[in-house]
Design a protein around this ligand. Structure first.
Ligand code: FO1
Length: 326
């Protein structure tokens, strides 16, 4: 089936991007610069969410909100720039848990979110209000309003995601991942509407960790069906460059899960779901392996590079016809 047409043109219509935290948020920012706000919806992983000191923490949602509003800490990629840590110092003084750091200003996000959830509001409504308050144009949506918790089965037992990721610095060998609650969860009405929009031009899988950040979204009952039924091309960006993860434990985790650290493994992981996998210029040699592999500048150190990758994704999608027309 040849869906090639109109090479060089940006995709038309609305755009939905699925993403996790730091790496995904960088492409989301590029897309936010490359598209009018009303054309872009960002669907964010909530498998990393957890309760800490009684507060509902949604790390990937906050990373996206802080990144899109220019507030993110540029050194860590999460949390706020110019943060202070008086709360954590006081927690330590009292002998409280200090393994997970909540900055003083970041704390406000968790406190307001927790209070509003306790009052019965949905995570979708709260996130949408936060986005507006922070001056963000594109729609930012949690993948679901129902709780989903990524559980990491390791050689040392099962760990809730943040205990594995931050508490143990990803050291235990990963045997499997589970997404507790995902089968009982459903995509929110807003996510379903974005994925069912008649003018949907492309669904983008950001270069987030496929196992930790994209899979918890795809595991939500009904999510894959919505994506497959959307009729729009699905374009993923590989999180690997030269067999290494740009950030985080992906490469180590691929070894532990028995997958080669390669773009072919990422393509195989998304088999049946994606039409294209954009791979970095440094992996140009891989491009001949499969017609679905296409080269793009995937490193995103500067804002310009984020926008350039966003444009490359939109152009690649523009070269594919909607599946209904193919
Ligand atoms: N990551 C860390 O490595 N250490 C932390 O103490 C930490 C605190 C934290 C607080 C709020 C927040 O939104 C994110 C935070 N992160 C921290 C990042 C987070 O654990 C991960 O980046 C994501 O969950 C993975 O995408």
């Amino acid at each position: 089936m040849n869906r090639e047409s109109q090479a060089g043109q940006h995709v038309q219509g609305s755009v939905v991007a699925l993403c996790g935290g730091v790496g995904g948020a960088k492409l989301a920012l590029g897309l936010a610069h490359a598209l009018p706000a009303e054309r872009l919806t960002i669907v964010v992983n909530t498998g990393d969410d957890f309760s800490h000191f009684g507060l509902h923490v949604s790390p990937d949602i906050d990373t996206v909100l802080y990144t899109l509003s220019g507030r993110v800490n540029p050194e860590t990629g999460w949390g706020r720039a110019g943060e202070t840590w008086r709360f954590m110092e006081a927690v330590g003084e009292l002998g409280g848990e200090t393994w997970f750091s909540l900055g003083d200003s970041d704390l406000a996000t968790h406190a307001v979110r927790t209070a509003r959830l306790a009052a019965g509001e949905s995570l979708t409504a709260i996130t949408s209000d936060f986005a507006k308050a922070l001056g963000i144009g594109p729609q930012v949506l949690p993948a679901s309003d129902a709780p989903i918790a990524t559980m990491v089965e390791t050689a040392e037992g099962t760990l809730p995601f943040q205990r594995y990721f931050v508490g143990q610095k990803c050291a235990p060998a990963v045997k499997a991942l589970r997404f507790a609650g995902a089968q009982a969860a459903r995509p929110s009405a807003e996510v379903a509407a974005a994925l069912s929009a008649p003018d949907l031009g492309v669904i983008i899988l950001c270069p987030s960790n496929p196992y930790l950040s994209i899979d918890p979204i795809l595991a939500i009952a009904g999510m894959r069906g919505l994506i497959e039924g959307a009729g729009a091309p699905v374009v993923a960006v590989s999180p690997l460059v030269g067999g290494r993860a740009v950030k985080g434990p992906l490469a180590k985790m691929m070894d532990e899960l028995g997958h080669a650290r390669s773009n072919a493994s990422i393509l195989a992981h998304y088999e049946g779901l994606i039409d294209l996998l954009l791979i970095d210029e440094r992996d140009r040699a891989d491009a001949g392996l499969d017609p679905r592999l296409r080269v793009a500048p995937t490193m995103m150190k500067s804002l310009e590079e984020r926008i350039a990758l966003a444009r490359a994704v939109l152009e690649a999608a523009g070269s594919l016809r909607r599946k209904a027309e193919a």
